[in-house]
Design a protein. Structure first.
Length: 163
């Protein structure tokens, strides 16, 4: 029996693009929520929201680890959650930081959103659907995700070293 074609995850694509667009619009317009800014000024809030963001990244990496360990069935069960959480990432990022930041924080933010964009491209929307194009997109997505881990590690180090 032929394998059923996977439907395009329209919800995840719309959610990811919509949240990214909202973040970029508010960033470029300089809008902010005063109540969220006050929360983000607090150390406890920033630590909790940072750990939530780190947990999201960790969950996303768990999916990749399962695939790398040759456990495609277990990874397949997590694929929907991987896509939905990835698409929701801009909202979690926004709750942690309203702004992209400067210096290494700008690099961290740009890589974070590049991971999102390459992930959305892997949902079947990018041109070049052949195997080589898909492999290149996934390689870029995983490569950026790896860079994100190093930047996150540096961010955590700096955050605690200069407290």
């Amino acid at each position: 029996m032929p394998r059923a074609r996977r439907q395009l995850p329209v919800l995840e694509l719309g959610l990811g693009l919509g949240l990214l667009a909202l973040f970029l619009i508010q960033e470029s317009a300089g809008w902010h929520w005063p109540w969220l800014g006050r929360l983000q000024d607090g150390d406890v809030y920033m630590q909790i929201s940072g750990f939530v963001l780190l947990a999201l990244v960790g969950h996303q990496w768990y999916f990749s680890v399962l695939r790398a360990q040759g456990q495609p069935q277990r990874a397949a069960r997590l694929a929907g959650a991987h896509q939905l959480l990835g698409a929701s990432a801009p909202a979690v990022f926004y709750l942690h930081a309203e702004r992209i930041g400067h210096a290494y924080l700008a690099a961290l933010s740009i890589v974070f959103f590049a991971v999102l964009i390459t992930g959305l491209m892997n949902l079947g929307t990018a041109p070049g659907r052949g195997a080589p194009a898909r492999a290149a997109r996934i390689t870029l997505h995983v490569g950026l995700s790896t860079a994100l881990l190093f930047l996150l590690g540096y961010h955590v180090f700096v955050s605690y070293a200069y407290e």
